[in-house]
Design a protein around this ligand. Structure first.
Ligand SMILES: Nc1ncnc2c1ncn2[C@@H]1O[C@H](COP(=O)(O)OP(=O)(O)OP(=O)(O)O)[C@@H](O)[C@H]1O
Length: 303
C-alpha cells in the first residue's frame, strides 16, 4: 500500500506557472485527476513520477522523495500521454525491453502482457495496433515491475467505448488489489465512472477534492446562465424576476434574447415552462450559455 504526498508543490517554466502551490494526498484505490486542457495535469503527473523536479515543494511516496530516487522508481509505473512508441517492435519486444531496463526478464514481461490481455497480439508489430491495444501495451510496460503506484496521463483519449470499458475494468482491478492508481482526464463523466476519489485542478491550482458526488454538487450548485428566446421576452423577464430562483435577467437586444442567471437550478427549470404557459408566452430557445467545462471549472476555482 502506497501513499503519495504532494506538499506545496509548484512548477514553473520560464514565466509560465504550470502548477501553483498544490497540496494533496493520494492513497490506495483509483483517483481521478480532473482538469481542463492546460491545467497542469501532465506537469503534476511528471513530478509525481519523479521525472520532473518541482520548482518548490516536495513529492514523496511513503515518505521518500520521488525526484531522482532510483529506489522509488521501482515502485512507480507511468503511462505517458504521448503516442510515440517503437512501432517497428512487436508488443512483446517492447514490453521485454522495458522489463530489461528494470533488470527483469521475459517472465515479468509475459505476466504484464497477460494482465492487460494482450497475449493474443503480442507478436504483432505495434504499428498494426489500434489505439486501445497501444494503450494496453503501454500499460503492460508500466506494470512489468509490479509497481504499487500507477500513474496514467489521459489514458482514455481517443478510445472507443469498448476499449474504454476494458481499460476501466483493468484500472478498477488494480485499485481493488490495493495499488495506488491515479489517472488524469478532462472529462467529468469518465472520472465519475471510475474514480472513488477526485482531485480537480484548474489553471495550475488545486480547485476541489472529494468523492464525485461532492464534486458534482459543487458543479450543479453554481449559478447557471441561460439564453432564452420567447415570443415576448419582456413579459417573460418581468414574470421571472419576481422569483427567487433567478438572480439576474438581462435583455440582450443584439441577440434578441434574455440572458438569465439562475441560482436555484431545479426550481428555475420547473418554473420557466409553467410561467410561459400561464402568461401565454411561447418559448423559442432555452440554452445553457456557460455549460462549457472551462466555465464549470472556473466557477470551482472562484468558490
Ligand atoms: N516543458 C514546458 N515548457 C514550457 N511550458 C510548459 C512545459 N510543460 C508544460 N508547460 C505549460 O504548463 C501549463 C500546463 O501544462 P500541462 O501539459 O501540465 O497541462 P495539462 O493539464 O496536462 O494539459 P493537457 O491536457 O492539454 O496536456 C501549460 O500552460 C503548458 O503550456
Amino acid at each position: 500500500m502506497s501513499t503519495l504526498t504532494i506538499d506545496h508543490v509548484s512548477r514553473w517554466f520560464g514565466n509560465v506557472v504550470a502548477v501553483n502551490d498544490i497540496t494533496m494526498t493520494i492513497g490506495p484505490g483509483v483517483t481521478g485527476l480532473l482538469g481542463p486542457n492546460g491545467a497542469g495535469k501532465s506537469t503534476l503527473i511528471n513530478m509525481m513520477g519523479g521525472f520532473l523536479a518541482p520548482s518548490t515543494g516536495t513529492v514523496t511516496l511513503d515518505g521518500e522523495p520521488t525526484w531522482r530516487n532510483e529506489k522509488i522508481y521501482k515502485q512507480i509505473g507511468i503511462v505517458p500521454e504521448r503516442e510515440a512508441m517503437y512501432d517497428f517492435l512487436t508488443g512483446r519486444e517492447f514490453v521485454v525491453a522495458n522489463a530489461e531496463l528494470h533488470g527483469l526478464g521475459d517472465k515479468a514481461a509475459h505476466r504484464a502482457l497477460a494482465t492487460v490481455e494482450m497475449e493474443y497480439a503480442q507478436d504483432r508489430k505495434i504499428s498494426t495496433y489500434s489505439k486501445g491495444m497501444r494503450q494496453r501495451v503501454k500499460m503492460a510496460s508500466a506494470l512489468v515491475h509490479n509497481p504499487s503506484l500507477l500513474l496514467l496521463d489521459e489514458p482514455f483519449n481517443g478510445m472507443d467505448p469498448r476499449q474504454r470499458m476494458q481499460l476501466m475494468d483493468l484500472l478498477r482491478r488494480m485499485g481493488d488489489e490495493g495499488r495506488t492508481v491515479l489517472f488524469s482526464s478532462h472529462i467529468l463523466e469518465e472520472v465519475e465512472q471510475l474514480a472513488s476519489h477526485i482531485e480537480v485542478i484548474v489553471a495550475g491550482r488545486h480547485a476541489a477534492s472529494g468523492d464525485f458526488r461532492r464534486i458534482r454538487r459543487l458543479m450543479t450548485d453554481r449559478p447557471h446562465r441561460y439564453l432564452v428566446r420567447s415570443s415576448d421576452d419582456r413579459a417573460l423577464a418581468a414574470a421571472l424576476i419576481a422569483d427567487p430562483s433567478t438572480s439576474g435577467i438581462e435583455v440582450d437586444l443584439q441577440e434578441g434574447a434574455l440572458r438569465i442567471q439562475a441560482v436555484d437550478f431545479p426550481r428555475f427549470t420547473a418554473l420557466l415552462p409553467r410561467l410561459a404557459r400561464d402568461h401565454g408566452i411561447r418559448l423559442l430557445t432555452v440554452s445553457p450559455s456557460d455549460e462549457s467545462l472551462e466555465s464549470v471549472f472556473s466557477y470551482l476555482v472562484a468558490a
